[in-house]
Write a protein that binds this ligand. Structure first.
Ligand code: NDP
Length: 303
């Protein structure tokens, strides 16, 4: 591969992609908001035309789920219109477009994992605009990998697990939502699987002509935010951290007890078999990478 253009390189997934994509191409062009502003559609088209990459990887998105409810145009520009620009450019260049989407394209009904072709019905602006981005890619006719993921966390930046650790130090008791079910997925895993998939495509012509499509890229297994919080706190205590809120003091609450502007799906389970079968990879249980992240947090503080 000659050139990969990475957009949104400063986010949780983008940062890990900087590491995972580096061994794949002679030239990895890394763009954050300063060089690749997704809200500047003209500038974005010019950037791709100038760079002429073999692969575009877009890790940028308007991810402020609650803010999107009152900033529909802003969310749509980044999550849908910019993605349409990238998809058209990829089609013209005969380049692959790798893009990330979300469990929020579904309505969260039922209790079984959503397959890739299950009917979509977003509950809010973020999910709706992410779905429009997906549709623009499919309509453009470009070769693409759309990876839907969920509950993303990383060692770098702020996330639910780190917030729970901080709050457990400050308070005796935490109240955490117990009726939303999903799979915490590490940015590290998302980046590694992206790189493996691109490596497979570059080296397998049959796969490359058949693999364009949508895949669920989530860690295996499932949990609630409440059980996730208990797991994080128990692991941190096993590593010797002193916390005020012990796992028994993490109190389950219902979604309606913690009102937010955007409605969240109750069922965020995504079936991940298609990705594993197509690319011959394994998506480990969610606990695997969460445990690593907690250990890394602990190690960093010890330095
Ligand atoms: P982050 O919020 O960590 O990163 C998003 C990145 O997009 C940020 O670096 C941000 O830049 C960048 N961005 C936002 N607006 C613009 C813009 N106008 N121009 C250029 N860059 C912009 O998100 P994640 O890494 O967690 O998400 C990666 C993908 O996964 C996204 O497509 C997201 O929709 C999807 N996803 C995420 C989930 C989650 O729980 N986080 C769940 C499901 C799917 P800056 O740093 O400058 O603000």
């Amino acid at each position: 591969m000659n050139k990969i253009l990475l957009l949104g390189a400063n986010g949780q997934v983008g940062w890990e992609l900087q590491r995972a994509l580096a061994p794949l191409a002679k030239d990895l062009v890394i763009c954050d908001r300063r060089r690749g502003d997704l809200s500047n559609l003209q500038g974005l088209a010019e950037l791709v035309a100038q760079e002429r990459p073999d692969v575009i990887v877009n890790a940028g998105a308007y991810t402020a789920v609650d803010k999107a409810e009152s900033d529909i145009d802003g969310a749509r520009r980044v999550n849908a219109e910019a993605v349409a620009v990238l998809a058209r450019a990829a089609h013209e260049l005969d380049a692959w477009l790798v893009h990330y989407s979300t469990d929020y394209v579904f309505d969260g009904s039922g209790a079984s994992p959503f397959e890739e072709d299950a009917p979509t019905a977003p509950l809010g602006v973020y999910g709706q605009t992410k779905l429009e981005g997906e549709q623009a890619i499919r309509e453009s006719g470009c070769q693409h990998l759309i990876f839907r993921t969920s509950w993303v966390y990383a060692n770098r930046g702020s996330n639910f697990a780190k917030t729970m650790l901080r709050l457990a130090k400050e308070r005796d008791e935490l109240r955490v939502i117990a009726d939303q079910i999903g799979s915490p997925t590490s940015a590290e895993l998302i980046a590694d699987i992206t790189a493996l998939a691109l490596h497979c495509l570059a080296n397998d012509a049959d796969l490359s002509s058949n693999a364009s499509g949508t895949y669920h890229l989530v860690a295996s297994g499932e949990t609630s935010w409440h059980r996730y919080a208990k797991f994080v706190i128990a692991e941190a205590m096993n590593l010797g951290n002193e916390l005020r809120a012990t796992p028994e003091r993490i109190i389950p609450i219902a979604t309606h007890e913690y009102p937010l502007p955007a409605k969240r799906p109750a069922n965020s389970r995504l079936a991940n078999r298609k990705l594993q079968d197509t690319f011959g990879v394994v998506l480990p249980p969610w606990e695997y990478h969460v445990r690593r992240m907690i250990q890394e947090q602990f190690d960093q503080r010890a330095v």
